[in-house]
Design a protein around this ligand. Structure first.
Ligand code: PAF
Length: 290
């Protein structure tokens, strides 16, 4: 496994693995991460290895997508363990840049990619500017790697939509692959932030997903989705969550129209200082109260 930390080193490494050669390029699949590699990331790596000749992972805790400096400071950084896990999966190339490499002109004075889905609220209402940071760093990584495909987890559903929109609207020649959320046995979606939950919070955390399942189930019985959103938020609040939103949307993240069958239930809520997000796709008609 090659590890490089500079843009010029990355260029040389890509040439070494044949990705800068003329003619037919090998398929390079990129898994962008912020490190603290867990089974969810490893599923993306495994899926990448199935489709690609070269599997590359980037590890970079991107400051411009954090709204709170506290969240950025406490984001778990476990580089040595991450490299071991990735070597165990026979990853070909790992890129571990610092901010000098990604934002050589500073974090504020740089060309930015505006989030194309800003109007849809959800994460954007609670984390203004977050998706601008995500889209900008992912665009930079795509420009540096020029990957054939890139893999993202569905846990960050709106992030996936933002990246798909960016690639479509900016004609970026990369195929975006979405992988299912990996969960603990009790349903909690794997996330690097889970390690910051206290034992007490960890015991409550699976309620987020079970609430999404309740909403999805009640949608099958024709309940008004707006009432379900309110009831679910109230249930989570009673259980100790500080709820940002529970929302039923269509798969493009627009408010559902009567008769829409392909929906997604999304939620974001804090337990103490740890913000959890999750979602559940469902294929059921939503009905609205008259
Ligand atoms: O999902 C993440 O870990 C990050 O948002 C990403 C896509 C690596 C961009 O920093």
């Amino acid at each position: 496994m090659i590890q490089v930390s500079t843009r010029s080193g990355l260029d040389r490494a890509l040439a070494q693995v044949g990705h800068r050669a003329g003619g037919q390029r090998p398929h390079l699949a990129l898994v962008p991460t912020m490190g603290n590699i867990h089974a969810g990331h490893l599923q993306l790596v495994k899926a990448a290895k199935l489709r690609a000749d070269i599997t590359a992972v980037s590890i970079y805790v991107n400051p411009t997508q954090f709204n709170q400096s506290d969240d950025f400071t406490h984001y778990p950084r476990t580089l040595d363990a991450d490299l071991n896990k990735l070597a165990g999966e026979q990853v070909d190339l790992v890129f571990t840049p610092d901010s000098e490499e990604i934002y050589p002109h500073g974090e504020t004075l740089h060309a930015q990619v505006e989030s194309p889905l800003a109007a849809f609220g959800l994460e954007n209402s609670h984390r203004p500017g977050h998706f601008r940071g995500v889209a900008t760093v992912v665009c930079k990584l795509f420009n540096l790697f020029q990957p054939t495909s890139a893999l993202f987890g569905k846990k960050d559903y709106q992030q996936l939509a933002v990246i798909n929109a960016m690639v479509n609207e900016l004609f970026q020649p990369v195929e975006i692959i979405a992988e299912e959320t990996v969960r603990e046995a009790d349903g909690l979606a794997l996330s690097s932030r889970n390690s910051r939950l206290t034992d007490e919070q960890r015991a409550v955390a699976p309620l987020l997903f079970s609430t999404l399942k309740t909403v999805a189930n009640d949608l099958t019985h024709g309940a008004d989705y707006r009432e379900l959103e309110q009831n679910a938020a109230a249930m989570l609040t009673t259980a100790g969550f500080n709820v940002d939103y529970v929302a039923v949307r269509d798969r493009t993240l627009r408010t559902p129209e009567p008769g829409d069958r392909n929906l997604v239930v999304l939620a974001a809520a804090e337990l103490g200082k740890v913000r959890l997000i999750d979602n559940l796709e469902t294929a059921i008609a939503a009905t609205e109260a008259a």
